[in-house]
Ligand binder design. Structure first.
Ligand code: GLA
Length: 755
């Protein structure tokens, strides 16, 4: 059993393969958090907490004479405001009678097989025997508010999911102002750092590691989306932890809207992490008898360093979060029209584009923005999801039929959540947008945001998009969201519920995604929000891939993709080869190097093949074949970031190693070229130390020396290496001249007979 209750010492212990999580019900009914870390069996860990009388830290009434027992100091499993714990609260609430906060005490718990579900929300799922659930109910007597803490214990996957459900069992309404899914108290144990992922449009998820300071640090978004600016994923790292060793705790919300994770270091140097819904843009009115589900957080602990944490999240998201059947299929090699034509196209141009692409090994054409309503630029048309007949006479179907006739799949771009003022939808339903009465709306990209919390809006969109997909033979949908929310005010909600609008918005988006992906499981959905503005585990539940960034420059992508891959599997990252000079940066990178970078993602093109040279076209055919050949090791292998783009300055390197150690693909891109250098030295990881490996392939791109000569220079030709040699001594590649040259190097384990 991975969840155990010991009636003697009143502990509840959760075990995964390598971790233990323990809590204890105290004699006052407070649930204490005892431990989360490396696995420890058969032990009550309550001796860890030394009780001291700590000035200005109060006692609950029952402990008024035991001044050393303070709820302000003790590690608590879930703590609310208003009960004498001054640390950042997991729950903030006020009842209609004016009672603020909650004094949460143990009521009951239940252990069941399988994984709990969260109605209307994305959440990890488990197959038969893969998870157990703990439901732990705490309640506040004064208001009748129950907080049901949910724990999903995935023993083999080494993960624990957390969520919370609030039930109003009282007689008066209760307003939740903060409803966290997770509260985690970590006792003082040396210094810790926070690794978080900040960014901006066109430069998402840049890792930043900072030392935790006393007081509160936050990872949050108030933009109505998980955002380009601060991804919800955060990692606590012991200050001596590195990529390959040391304690790390990951906190990954399964949510795509406003989020907030607070990390507090208190007077005892202990850490509290609180994650979930909260902040000035959230509240929820809970009428007597009502329940509210707070979204899930995926928690992971490892002593094996950041890389091990990454491997666990990748495996977990791939197996327990992404539910599209496309998860396990080779994704079609696509070409997207956006950077090639923006909104400027007609049927003839699209068919020429498709025909050329088909000859070059592409398998799917995606028609991006511009095919609908009066959309000639981004000032009009959103909301009018019928084909622009001037550009596409007869609509989408004839185009889709001809493209299918070429042996290609066909995909479309949509932006369901948005509307332009200049659209028939807005003219018919101005009340369907989020807007503050009496104020001019805040505009972005000259568009407004639909009130996705209004069921009438979602019903309309469902009708429109289900028909669009069904009637036009659509194989792929790119679902975009191109602005953040500013006026989170819904005409469909009464005044006292206005702060529910942002979360209701997300529930509406999830509801629509659920219906459409459920009805069309064969359609491949790719998520997007101006690139990676909603790259989170919530979206991955519905869409197996997300356009990683609107920055398609391969050198910028090295940073963006490495940052993204700390938490999210490479197979989820939409990545394309685009034209050079790059449209975002003006940089020119060799075609083959661009392909190396895009291949460590979903791989596709974002260019007009007619603009390519004959040599580049030949290369596209070669790449189509290489993409398939390397697919398994990239998408199912373990990912190792060997050198960060920013770390050593001159190159980025990363590798994929097949789970059985049989194959390894090393990727390297030189980001700065110098004269008189002495080669590039790297150590691989994850190989079988005992095994012998041969160099099965060496591909050199953008270097002024041809492959064969380079290989000779490397002294690698015909060599046999041991795994131990490649990992402990490493590999030295000769210096590379040219602008942004790149290398792909495939190593294969030799079986006994071949030796
Ligand atoms: C966003 C997307 C792009 C493209 C445009 C179209 O910026 O990220 O890939 O689809 O919208 O307007």
């Amino acid at each position: 059993m991975s969840i155990q209750f010991d009636p003697q010492d009143k502990t509840i212990t959760l075990h995964t393969r390598q971790t233990t999580y323990q809590m204890q019900i105290s004699d006052t009914g407070h649930v204490l958090h005892l431990y989360y870390g490396r696995r420890i069996d058969g032990m009550c860990l309550d001796y860890l907490h030394i009780l001291t009388d700590c000035g200005f830290s109060p006692n609950c009434y029952e402990n008024r004479l035991r001044r050393q027992v303070s709820q302000d100091i003790l590690p608590l499993e879930y703590s609310a405001a208003g009960c004498g714990d001054y640390r950042v609260p997991a729950l903030e609430c006020v009842s209609a009678q004016g009672i603020t906060g909650a004094d949460l005490r143990y009521v009951r718990h239940e252990i069941t097989g399988g994984k709990y579900r969260l109605p209307g929300l994305p959440a990890a799922f488990a197959g038969e025997g893969e998870a157990q659930t703990l439901s732990l109910v705490l309640a506040d007597q004064a208001t009748g508010l129950e907080a049901e803490l949910l724990y999903g214990v995935f023993e083999a996957a080494d993960m624990i999911t957390r969520a919370a459900v609030f039930h109003n069992r009282g007689k008066a309404a209760i307003r939740l102002d903060r409803a966290s899914s997770l509260c985690l108290d970590i006792p003082f144990d040396g210094d810790w750092d926070l690794l978080h992922f900040h960014g901006r449009h066109c430069m998402e998820r840049m890792p930043e590691r900072v030392r935790l300071m006393h007081g509160i640090q936050s990872v949050s978004s108030r933009r109505g989306a998980s955002s380009h600016h601060h991804n919800p994923f955060a990692v606590l790292m012991a200050s001596d932890a590195t990529r390959t060793q040391g304690a790390c705790i990951g906190v990954m919300p399964v949510y795509s809207g406003n989020h907030r994770t607070d990390i507090e270091v208190n007077q005892a140097n202990a850490i509290r992490v609180v994650s979930g819904l909260g902040g000035d843009l959230f509240s929820w009115q809970l009428e007597p008898g009502d329940s509210f589900h707070a979204p899930e957080v995926i928690l992971c602990h490892t002593d094996g360093g950041l890389e091990d944490l990454t491997h666990r999240y990748h495996a977990f998201l791939n197996r327990h979060v992404i539910r599209s059947p496309w998860r396990d299929r080779v994704r079609p090699l696509l070409i997207n029209s956006w950077e090639a034509m923006t909104c400027d196209f007609d049927a003839e141009k699209v068919l020429k584009f498709a025909g050329e692409a088909a000859r070059l090994g592409v398998e799917m054409v995606v028609l991006d923005d511009g095919w609908f309503g009066t959309r000639d630029d981004d000032n009009a048309g959103l909301g009018d999801w019928w084909a622009n007949e001037k550009k596409l006479p007869g609509g989408i179907r004839p185009l889709s039929d001809v493209i299918h006739g070429m042996g290609l799949k066909f995909g479309l771009w949509i932006e369901p959540e948005m509307v332009n003022e200049n659209s028939d939808l807005y003219r018919a339903h101005p009340e369907w947008v989020l807007a503050v009465p009496g104020r001019k709306p805040v505009m972005a990209r000259n568009q407004l945001v639909l009130d996705m919390g209004n069921p009438a809006v979602v019903a309309h969109l469902y009708g429109v998009f289900s028909a669009l997909i069904r009637e036009n033979g659509i194989d792929y949908i790119k679902w975009d969201m191109n602005r953040n929310i500013a006026d989170a005010h819904s005409a469909a909600l009464p005044p006292h519920r206005q702060l529910e609008a942002s979360h209701r918005y997300m529930l509406g988006v999830y509801g629509l995604l659920d219906r459409l992906t459920g009805e069309f499981p064969e359609v491949l959905f790719e998520n997007c929000a101006g690139g990676g503005g909603r790259f989170d585990a919530g979206m991955l539940y519905y869409t197996p891939q997300i356009w990683c960034s609107d920055d398609s420059d391969a050198i910028e992508r090295l940073t963006i993709q490495a940052g993204t891959a700390v938490g999210y599997p490479v197979g989820t990252m939409g990545a394309h080869v685009s034209i050079c000079p790059n449209q975002q940066t003006g940089r020119t990178v060799p075609f083959g190097t661009r392909a190396i970078v895009a291949m460590s993602g979903t791989f596709g093109y974002e260019l007009d093949p007619a603009q390519l040279s004959e040599a580049e076209k030949r290369q596209m055919r070669v790449l189509a074949e290489r993409y398939r050949r390397f697919y398994d090791v990239i998408h199912r292998g373990l990912y190792y970031q060997l050198a960060d783009p920013g770390e050593r300055g001159d190159f980025a390197a990363w590798a994929f190693v097949a789970a059985d150690g049989g194959q390894a693909l090393l990727n390297l891109v030189v980001t700065r070229t110098h004269a008189n250098t002495h080669g590039i030295h790297l150590r691989l990881r994850g190989l079988d130390p005992e095994a012998q490996y041969r160099l099965a392939e060496l591909i050199v791109e953008g270097c002024d020396r041809p492959d064969g000569e380079y290989l000779g220079g490397a002294g690698l030709e015909g060599r046999v290496f041991t795994g131990a040699g490649l990992m402990y001594a490493g590999l030295t590649l000769p210096p590379m001249r040219g602008d942004y040259p790149g290398v792909q190097l495939l190593l294969e384990r030799m079986d006994a007979e071949a030796l």
